[in-house]
Ligand binder design. Structure first.
Ligand code: ZN
Length: 675
């Protein structure tokens, strides 16, 4: 599970050279277009790693970049064709490259690169190009045909004709993922996980495979595309020699090198299993791998590589490909160690029904890490925290690893500071001061609590189908983790074990959470649209539920001042009680697989937006010149070798050219055919 947090997501177009540390100047923002800000992240302490650790990171990083095409193709079947066409135009177009049309084309290209496809990475809506289809045909015909993904005998005009409806028809492939109520979600979603099957057929197919009595079920459907062949529903696995085989073979090539220099024997064994899984697509091998990976904690270098997150599939089964390479942030890890040491205390004192608490919270390994490379579904838009593996029974039996991505979070925080956001949306000066003073700590602690114990807490009632909550599972799971964090943030235990000096950081977190869930997160949504993304539904549902339940006591007040709306918390302790009450109910829903209660909670509180308030928020936002979304370019790694070709060091350069990095990746890390 991936955690996206509150205000840190909003970045400003700040002046170059924000102070990042001990007097050194580092410009974080490297590009800006539409609703996107592209930042760099730094690799603090990388120089101090051993040459063996650096070599290991280098191989894992190459593996992280080699799966890029997979994610593009998963998002939509024509994405690679579109991207290769765009790359060909950027590289070879002979016509005017200075005019407004070409500028609009470059902006479109940047958006597509950022989203890993033609649909917005967050809203899932297809982009509307800022230029005409005639101009698009002109671009294609004015480019070198050898740079274009042309089939044999196909002309540039033919390619333009084929792609025109894909890019320009607003109805065709309009949404990457559509989870609206009462529709065939597979038919309505443009992503590339199912072809020629209805939702009912796919559900029936998987119902026939699953054994509800199996205490250790594999993650059915995780790594396949479902198709109909001769009228029969069947799966095509993503593996070496199968679908995506050309990219998977490259990933395996680098993983084998990494395996040879792994940091311990378990990590070697673990990489062997991952390689075997990529070769066979065997889900039991995937589980075996995850058990070893989850138990192998405390490493100075670790990684994520595989088909992991299922947010992109409307049925929540198929996983997008992603990769992260990371190394430990030693100082900050002490903070999460404190939380982890007390995990059982938190579980025992959680407000949920004792029947749904875990008797023994196992192996909640949390550490603060710095990212060295992002790939697939984590690039360029990166999560701030990650908790894996996702399989429920493996989490129960082998535990899970939880990480906070320190250098990514820092980059966002530094850019967000001084953006004018707080001055616009905070209720009063006290709230602003609290946020400035405690915002970084409270954000980090929320992520720690969410990841280290929130996701790891609780258990299912015997016989509950882990997939019972269907399309509501993701937002409900995020709510569980967020509510756990919110409830304990203000617990006296936090001060007792020295994580916070007073209630102030917790208050700052409550201010931030309510402001965001009630108001500011909707700045990322177009007028008239509903909330769709799981983390956003989670935050909206929590904010609106506690607001409504707290009405009799006026716990939270919506205040109008000079035509502007503010959220004021009148009673923090009572709000904490409401978070606890809601946590109890959400855990009950999950433990009992109460689909209708889960659905009603999300649909009532998490989906719809007050149109008048939304308009106001958007207008206030527009004045701030903030980018609602941000993502990252990766550093460039160059290995230094000795006379025998052995890697002795890895040099890091911080890329400042977003489009350049995209073009470079297109050239050096593209292994799948365009169609
Ligand atoms: Zn989460």
């Amino acid at each position: 599970m991936i955690a996206f947090m509150g205000t840190a997501l909003f970045t400003s177009c700040g002046p170059a050279g924000e102070k990042a540390g001990a007097g050194d100047e580092f410009t974080y923002e490297v590009d800006r277009f539409e609703d996107i800000s592209v930042l760099r992240y730094r690799l603090p302490g990388f120089e101090q790693l051993t040459s063996a650790e650096k070599e290991f990171i280098y191989y894992l990083s190459e593996a992280a970049l080699c799966g890029r095409d997979i994610f593009w193709d998963q998002n939509f079947k024509y994405n690679l064709l579109v991207r290769k066409t765009i790359e060909g135009i950027i590289e070879t177009y002979q016509g005017d490259r200075e005019g407004d049309d070409f500028k609009a084309f470059i902006t479109y290209a940047k958006r597509v690169f950022f989203a890993n496809g033609i649909h917005h990475h967050y809203s899932n809506d297809k982009f509307i190009p800022g230029f005409s289809s005639d101009y698009f045909a002109l671009l294609i015909e004015g480019s070198d045909p050898s740079s274009l993904p042309l089939n044999e005998g196909e002309t540039a005009a033919g390619l333009a004709e084929m792609l025109t409806p894909v890019l320009f028809d607003p109805v065709l492939y309009a949404k990457k993922v559509d989870q609206s109520e009462g529709i065939d979600m597979i038919a309505a979603s443009a992503n590339n996980f199912y072809e020629g099957v209805t939702q009912a057929e796919a559900e029936a197919y998987y119902a026939s495979l699953a054994d509800p009595g199996d205490p250790r079920p594999v993650s059915w459907g995780l790594n396949t595309k479902v198709v109909k062949s001769n009228g029969v529903v069947t799966e095509i696995p993503w593996k070496s020699g199968g679908l995506y085989g050309q990219a998977i073979d490259k990933i395996v090539y680098w993983l084998e090198k990494a395996r040879d220099v792994a940091l311990n024997d378990v990590q070697k064994e673990e990489l062997d299993l991952l390689i075997e899984y990529y070769r066979t697509a065997d889900l039991k091998t995937w589980d075996d791998y995850n058990i070893l990976w989850a138990r192998n904690t405390g490493l100075s270098v670790d990684y994520i590589n595989g088909f992991i997150e299922t947010y992109g599939d409307p049925l929540g089964m198929k996983a997008t490909w992603e990769a992260v390479v990371d190394y430990k942030d030693i100082e900050a890890s002490k903070r999460t160690a404190l939380i982890t040491e007390n995990a059982q205390w938190f579980e025992d004192h959680s407000p949920v029904d004792p029947a749904y608490r875990k008797e023994k919270v196992t192996g909640v390994a949390a550490s603060v890490i710095n990212v060295a490379m992002l790939g697939g579904d984590c690039y360029p838009a990166s999560p701030l925290g990650i908790n894996l593996p996702n399989s429920n029974w493996i989490r129960t039996e082998a535990g899970s690893k939880s990480v906070t991505l320190a250098n990514i979070t820092d980059a966002k925080d530094i850019v967000a500071r001084g953006s004018g956001f707080l001055e616009e949306f905070a209720f009063d000066q006290a709230e602003i001061e609290r946020a400035v003073k405690w915002g970084s700590l409270s954000d980090a602690l929320h992520t720690d609590l969410h990841e280290c114990i929130g996701h790891a807490s609780g258990k299912l009632a015997p016989g509950t189908d882990p997939n019972a909550l269907k399309n509501y599972a993701s937002p409900l799971e995020e709510m569980r983790a967020d509510l756990f964090a919110l409830y304990f943030m203000m617990d006296p235990k936090m001060q007792e074990i020295g994580l916070i000096p007073s209630d102030e950081p917790a208050k700052a977190e409550y201010d931030n959470y309510m402001r965001n869930g009630f108001m500011t997160q909707t700045a990322r949504i177009l007028p008239g649209k509903d909330i769709e993304q799981a983390h956003m539904r989670c935050r909206s549902a929590i904010a609106h539920w506690v607001y409504e339940k707290g009405k009799p006591d006026n716990v939270i007040e919506v205040v109008k001042r000079d035509e502007k709306t503010y959220v004021r918390i009148n009673d923090y302790q009572k709000l904490r009680g409401l978070f606890g009450e809601m946590l109890k109910e959400v855990q009950r829903i999950k433990s009992e697989g109460d689909f209708s209660a889960g659905k009603s909670m999300i649909e009532t509180y998490g989906v719809r937006i007050d149109q008048a308030l939304h308009g106001e928020i958007l207008a206030r936002y527009a004045k701030l010149n903030l980018a609602p979304y941000s993502g990252f370019v990766n550093p460039v790694m160059t290995p230094v070798t000795d006379r025998d070709g052995k890697i002795t060091d890895v040099k890091i350069e911080y890329c400042t050219d977003y489009l350049g990095q995209m073009m470079e990746y297109g050239k050096n890390y593209s292994f799948l055919p365009a169609r």
